[in-house]
Design a protein around this ligand. Structure first.
Ligand code: AMP
Length: 216
């Protein structure tokens, strides 16, 4: 059985932390569209140049760009045993495009599960502005709730910890608005298909992870 996971959740709901952990445990690829787009921006590719202005404003990058990136990634052979999607789909349009892609790559042996990490809005902004990530390995920290052992240095690889450009309060508010308008409708979209589980995201990282493991 091939397990495909889609993780939904507002910015800073903990999706990134949880999906990285789960992908490692299950030895399946972690497909993070935000991270892939940040790499494209840093590399100065054509897509990266277009994506940058949307990302800086906390808006969704046009679907044709993101869907193209995801299609190419999901067709790679390391996805044959399953994968975790982190940050995709983020709109009904993208969810419909994903159904087509899954039709292209799947036989009858795939099971898709959607995990929605439900986190209250007041904790999200606080988490976003305190979030730091490793420049080299992408590990995620929080200066208040999940600090590195040595401030500014990644516990895992010794890389420098930086704040994402879109983790400022102004952009964070716009990202939350985008989430509510465009991504939240996916909760109904997937619960109508009976493939969605809700996880309470207002807890410690390890408690949330245990809950996810029990539900998958
Ligand atoms: P994230 O790291 O998931 O918070 O994503 C950072 C930014 O990348 C978002 O605010 C969007 O501008 C862009 N992005 C990531 N995933 C998508 C997606 N599926 N569709 C459109 N834009 C995306």
């Amino acid at each position: 059985m091939k397990n495909e996971f889609i993780f939904l959740g507002a910015p800073a709901s903990g999706k990134g932390t949880q999906t990285k952990k789960l992908a490692e445990d299950l030895s399946i690829p972690h497909i993070d569209t935000g991270g892939m787009l940040r790499t494209a921006v840093a590399d100065g590719t054509e897509f990266g140049k277009i994506a940058k202005s949307y990302m800086d404003q906390g808006k969704l990058v046009p679907a044709e760009i993101v869907v193209g990136i995801v299609r190419e990634r999901l067709h790679k052979s390391d996805c044959n045993n399953g994968f975790i999607l982190d940050g995709f789909p983020r709109s009904i349009e993208q969810a419909e495009a994903l159904e087509k892609i899954l039709g292209e790559i799947n036989n009858n042996d795939a099971k898709t599960l959607v995990v929605n990490i439900d986190t209250s809005e007041d904790v999200l902004i606080e988490r976003i502005i305190n979030r730091r990530s490793c420049k080299d390995c992408g590990a995620i920290y929080n200066i208040k709730f999940l600090p590195a052992k040595v401030a500014g240095i990644c516990d895992k690889c010794g890389g420098e910890l930086v704040q994402r450009k879109d983790d400022t309060e102004g952009v964070a508010k716009s990202r939350l608005e985008t989430y509510k308008m465009q991504t939240q409708p996916l909760i109904k979209f997937y619960s109508d298909k009976n493939i969605l589980v809700n996880i309470d995201g207002n807890r410690e990282v390890d408690q949330i992870y245990e809950d996810i493991k029990q539900n998958i």
